[in-house]
Design a protein around this ligand. Structure first.
Ligand code: GLU
Length: 333
């Protein structure tokens, strides 16, 4: 369990983070991930850091950060420390880029999406991510003339070497991916002058000594990329990963705006108590017994990750009715 590696500090306490993006889209699906993360932390004595990932989204609407924090508190979650906003200081991410540039493993890439699509084969893994093949690396880089990280207004990519990255996910089980074959050279720095999610998450997790990453399994494919970065940057042991199944809409797609207004702020404005949302999440998470409203602390006492369903959950109209009217659905998850 997140034991410190050689040369690391010997503090035994594990550390996790709640890392919401301030998009105003906290819904029962991502609330479930945060609640499970928090309950595991409180059950196992992990330290909890709140990190608002304001680099994740191009435009953060005014008030979105406060609203996200307020919604987490309303659910009954708390944390031991708060990381500063990512955008407050880009120096650590720039430093990481300079380190990678010194290693000769990153390059500026001015190709447009259309140019990459025209040159590459169809996207892999059923997602919309286009693989970036090594043939598209700039000639100067291929000839071994790497440059320093000197231009922040273009995309920078990591030259990914072929090879399997293996890790043991605490929920999803053993994983192994060849990043070069799945996504290829991925972006580390964007032409907006900011680090990409992949770079930011690694730099931030390492700086804070995060030992436990709990998140949705839509990010399972990102973990291999992040492990590569840990290794290249010499950042010590990677966190233990726990990737949890998602909540989907009735059409099978990840719960989102297209499924109507499922934001927690919407239910809250309708007078739905937080305990009912947590009760619904509990019924989706293997908590035994009849569906009932409960507090975040009650959830922590009742939750056992070993009984958590391994499949995705569908958010149905019956669930929505329960939230709004308080009539628990039959066992129809
Ligand atoms: N900010 C991401 C989200 O809200 C989480 C990223 C992570 O946990 O690595 O989905």
């Amino acid at each position: 369990m997140g034991s410190p590696g050689p040369g690391q500090n010997t503090q035994a306490q594990a550390v996790t983070r709640l890392a919401p993006s301030p998009t105003g889209a906290l819904h029962p699906g991502n609330a479930r991930t945060f609640l499970v993360n928090w309950a595991l932390a409180r059950q196992r004595g992990w330290r909890v850091i709140l990190r608002i990932e304001d680099l994740d989204t191009p435009r953060v609407k005014p008030g979105a950060v406060d609203e996200t924090i307020d919604t987490l508190r309303w659910l009954g979650l708390d944390w031991d420390d708060e990381a500063p906003l990512q955008t407050a200081d880009l120096t650590p991410y720039r430093d990481a880029m300079s380190t990678l540039a010194n290693l000769g493993v990153v390059y500026p890439c001015e190709l447009s999406r259309a140019q990459i699509e025209a040159a590459a084969s169809a996207p892999n893994e059923g997602d919309h991510e286009q693989r970036f093949p090594p043939e598209l690396r700039p000639a100067s880089f291929r000839q071994g003339k790497p440059t320093g990280f000197d231009r922040a207004e273009v995309n920078w990519r990591l030259a990914v070497e072929p090879g399997l990255v293996a890790f043991d996910d605490a929920f999803a089980g053993p994983q192994s991916r060849d990043v070069a074959r799945t996504v290829g050279d991925f972006v580390l720095w964007t032409k907006r002058g900011q680090p990409s999610y992949q770079l930011a998450v690694v730099v931030d997790d390492a700086r804070r000594g995060i030992t436990e990453v709990v998140r949705g399994d839509d990010l399972l494919g990102s973990a291999a990329r992040q492990i590569l970065l840990y290794r290249l940057l010499g950042l010590g042991p990677t966190p233990r990963y726990t990737h949890l199944p998602l909540v989907r809409g009735p059409d099978g797609r990840r719960l989102a705006k297209r499924h109507g207004d499922t934001r927690l702020t919407h239910y809250r404005a309708l007078g739905v108590p937080a305990e009912r949302i947590i009760g619904l999440i509990a019924s989706w998470s293997g908590v035994a017994g009849p569906a009932r409203a409960m507090s975040a602390r009650g959830f922590t006492e009742a939750f056992d990750i070993s009984t958590m369903p391994r499949h995705d959950i569908t958010f149905t109209e019956a669930h929505e009715r329960w939230l709004i009217r308080g009539t628990p659905p039959e066992h129809d998850t």
